[in-house]
Structure formats: C-alpha cells, structure tokens
Design a protein around this ligand. Structure first.
Ligand code: AQP
Length: 363
C-alpha cells in the first residue's frame, strides 16, 4: 500500500498542464512553458497535469496512441527536469474530480459567455462549428475546473490562454458569491523567460505539435532532421541580421531560439552574429538545439523503456493531487446542495462472470 505523507507548505500554489496531443513535445512547449515549470518547482507548491481529457476535443486519436502519448509526454517532462518529489505530476483523467467540478461550473456559465471564447472560433474555423464536438466548446470550463480544484494562486499562461484564465476567475468569483468562499481566484503568472516560438515555415503562427511537420521541431527529432528543418526555415531576402519581430519574424524567431539555449537575449545574439550570413546563424541555432535535444531524447528513451515505473510515478502524483482535489470537490458539492453519499461504502468487488450478484452490492 502506498503511504502518502502530506506536507503543509506556505508556498504559493501553481498549476499548469500540457496536452498529450502529439508523439512528442515541440520546441515551443519546452521553451515557452516546461522549462519554466522546472524552475518553479522549488519556488512554488507546483501541480503539473498531463491534460488527456483535453486531448480528445479535436480529432480524438486512436486509444493506443493516446495511451502512448500520455506516457511519452510524462517521460519528456521528467527528462526536462520535473522531479516527482518536488511537484505533483499527474494525469487529468486519473481524477474524476475534474469532470465532476466541471459540470457544476458549466451550469454556472452562460452560453453567450462560452461562445465568446475566441479559441473555439479559431480551432473550429477549419472544419466549421457544426462539425465540432461540444467538448471543444466547453473545454475552457473544464480548464477552469482543472485550476480551481487545486486552489491555485497562479497559472502560467501565454497570451492565447488569457481569455480562458479570465473565465476561470469569473467562475470562481461567481461560485464564491453564490455559495460562499470556496475557491482561490487565480492570477496569471508571467515567467521571467518565456519565449514564444513560431512555426519555422509560417512565422506568423506559433509552433505547434499538430501543425505541418516541416515548421515544427519535435524534441524527438534526430540531429539531421533538426539541422534540415532549421536550414529550411523561412527568413527574408535582405540578408541583415537584426532582431525585428515585426519586419523579420522568421529571422527573429531563430534569434529567439538561439538566445533561449544560450542564456542570452535575441538582440544580443543579433549583435554577436551581425555581418555574418543567415547560413552561419542557422548552423549555430541548429547546434544549440541539438546540444539540448540529443541528450534529452536519450533520457526520454530510458524513461520510456520502463513504463511500469512511469505508471508508478503517475500514481504517486495522482495521490498527491487527489488529496487537494477531492477536498475541494467535496466542499463545492456540499455547498451546491448535493446530498453527500452515505450508507455502506461502495465496494469495488465485481461478481464473477456469470455468477450471482449479491442483493446488497453497490456497483
Ligand atoms: N510555440 C509555442 N511557444 C511558446 N509556448 C508554447 N506552448 C505551446 N506552443 C508554444 C505552451 O506549451 C504549453 C503546453 O501546451 P499544450 O500542449 O497544452 O497546448 P498548445 O498550446 O495547444 O500546444 P501545441 O503544441 O500547439 O499543441 P496542439 O498542436 O495540440 O494544439 C502551454 O503553456 C502553451 O502555452
């Protein structure tokens, strides 16, 4: 039996998540988010969640692929430096409290309010609103439940998620006003160094796991693939190395990537490479990415070779998370007026196949 020691802490709590939507994290996930999660483990009481419920909102993957991707992203988070003893690392679907609280919050959300979420419009633009699952429409509310369950003080968010955090704050305040103080109202946390990485082929869009392969550097890419993708990155014709995200988005993106791996700033990297050709800069960027990605992929491979250990780590994380989420959910359900479950505890025993179910068994 696993014994969980609950340690009370005076640190502020932070919550963040990543979707297992591809066969690997991409560079932007790491430089824009995960790298900061690693730093935040010590400063904050940190909860990090692999949000697999969110990963079926668009084009649900094959079940086996989803299971494997969930293990891959877990292994990559560990390879990046998350330490399960210094944070809670868990999978969203392991805690029924997420959809449980989400339902209550859905009932507190106006249809028009949900309809104003621009991400729904953006993400459904390609195939049309009528062809989307309702889950894509309501996912910002599930996201609110993900955050509020943990009484998080801070949520690291990029610009694209700001509107969803606003909805989370609104729902927390609405619930607290109606039913009494229950949820911490979370604030956005802007990390000191959070780079937004753009698609190498289409630098007007952010790099994404699910965008076309050539513009995305996956952290599982081998060195030759990384070099090829960076060599082919879209830049511009004037040949001048200058950090100017408006006029030179492709080149500035390369400077940002180089700076992120060399603890510098894009402007300083531009100065360092001034007067040299784009080819020279691209080679240096590829070298910097490979110096990180190669050992990272090796470490990820080692972790993936032991799926039982990954599952054990996730079970440990779920137990840590449940200690907080369950208390919040029980409190919220009681405040809403749901009768608490009572009577004999539910049994998980199942009747033998084809056997008789005892009259008093609870399913
Ligand atoms: N290009 C990016 N630059 C900086 N940060 C980024 N993030 C994602 N792309 C970039 C940040 O990574 C964290 C985890 O992201 P996610 O997987 O939960 O969702 P996402 O933002 O939708 O990431 P992807 O890679 O674009 O996935 P798909 O293709 O499935 O939609 C978040 O903190 C995010 O801001």
């Amino acid at each position: 039996m696993q014994v969980l020691t609950l340690v009370t802490t005076s640190k502020q709590r932070v919550l963040s998540g990543i979707q297992p939507t591809g066969d690997s994290m991409q560079l932007g996930n790491y430089l824009g988010a995960v790298r900061n999660w690693v730093d935040m483990q010590d400063e904050f009481d940190a909860y990090y969640c692999v949000v697999d419920l969110h990963a079926i909102t668009l084009d649900p993957p094959e079940p086996e692929a989803l299971r494997q991707r969930t293990r891959i992203v877990t292994a990559q988070l560990l390879a990046a430096g998350l330490n399960p003893d210094r944070c809670a690392l868990f999978v969203q679907s392991h805690l029924a409290e997420h959809p449980q609280l989400s339902w209550v919050l859905e009932c507190l959300t106006g249809f028009g309010e949900a309809n104003r979420m621009t991400q729904f419009k953006d993400k459904s633009a390609k195939s049309g609103v009528d062809r989307q699952g309702v889950g894509l429409f309501t996912y910002p509310i599930l996201q609110a439940a993900d955050i509020l369950l943990y009484q998080a003080n801070y949520v690291p968010v990029g610009e694209d998620q700001r509107q969803h955090l606003e909805l989370t704050r609104t729902l927390a305040q609405r619930f607290n006003t109606r039913y009494g103080q229950t949820f911490v109202v979370p604030d956005a946390y802007i990390p000191k160094a959070a780079a937004k990485i753009l698609d190498l082929q289409e630098p007007s869009a952010k790099m994404s796991k699910s965008r076309a392969d050539a513009g995305t550097i996956y952290l599982s890419d081998d060195p030759a693939t990384i070099t090829k993708k960076i060599k082919r990155a879209v830049t511009d014709a004037d040949g001048e190395i200058r950090y100017d995200p408006e006029a030179k988005p492709g080149l500035s993106n390369l400077l940002t990537i180089h700076a992120a791996f060399t603890d510098s700033t894009p402007a300083k990297v531009a100065d360092d490479f001034a007067g040299q050709g784009y080819g020279h800069l691209k080679a240096a960027v590829a070298e910097a990415v490979i110096a990180f990605a190669e050992p990272f992929a090796a470490r990820t491979g080692e972790l993936l070779a032991d799926p039982a250990e990954l599952d054990r780590i996730l079970a440990h994380g779920a137990a840590k998370a449940r200690a907080v989420a369950s208390a919040t959910c029980i409190d919220a359900y009681a405040k809403v007026g749901f009768l608490p479950p009572s009577g004999p505890p539910a049994t998980t025993d199942r009747p033998e196949q084809g056997g008789q179910q005892s009259a008093g068994a609870v399913g």
